[in-house]
Design a binder for this molecule. Sequence first.
Ligand code: 13P
Length: 248
Amino acid sequence: MQTKSRRQLVAGNWKMNGDKALVEQMQKHLNAANLENMDVVICPPFPYFSLFNSAVKLGSQNISQFDSGAHTGEVSVSMLKEFDCEYVILGHSERRADNFESDELVASKVEQVLKAELTPILCVGEPESVRENGTLFDYIAAQLDAVLGRVGVSQFSNIVLAYEPIWAIGTGKTASPAQAQEVHAFIRAHLAKQDDNIAANIVILYGGSVKGNNAQELFSQADVDGGLIGGASLNPEDFLSICQAANQ
Ligand code: 13P
């Protein structure tokens, strides 16, 4: 694989899965691995945060848009900081669907995370119907524009993006490397309309049925800078082999 100028990143999104034993196994595998040319992030459910040691970078799967106070069931960004959380996944299609998170709410959460100097992993991605009706690029642009309008393009130097086509999540139906590359290149070109430098340097992950046997080909695409991994991040061997594909 051609070495990329952007540092590659692989993040494991455990979603509402895992247990204490998995925390232990995952740490054992990652601590023994030699992954110095990339960043590895684990995004476990909140109860497991304090069980991780400092060798593993941590990300959250969500955050409140509020600072503190009467918001039952929510977790604030300052609480996460106390547990050495560095990244926050925002705009995941499951939260957009299950929790009715609008583009505007996602944008306000991105702003909250940036204010605390953590790194949002901002997810965008289309349902299959949108790809079929030919409005894919408008759909992705609108998701990006909601955040661009709120925080401004300069803040995108502190954001990681993830392209996750909804039809590829948990389905085993991975986007082809060419399909992933096409959308990643579109995202970069969309940002370049406002700032060339930020567009060239932003890390854009691909997510959707990434496995050990397809990671290498996906990550070798010019505008794919690593992955956001769901199911395969629950198996330490599989996750490690995906990380190794990005550790070039
Ligand atoms: P899968 O890897 O299970 O398809 O999930 C992708 C995802 O949603 C990561 O955030």
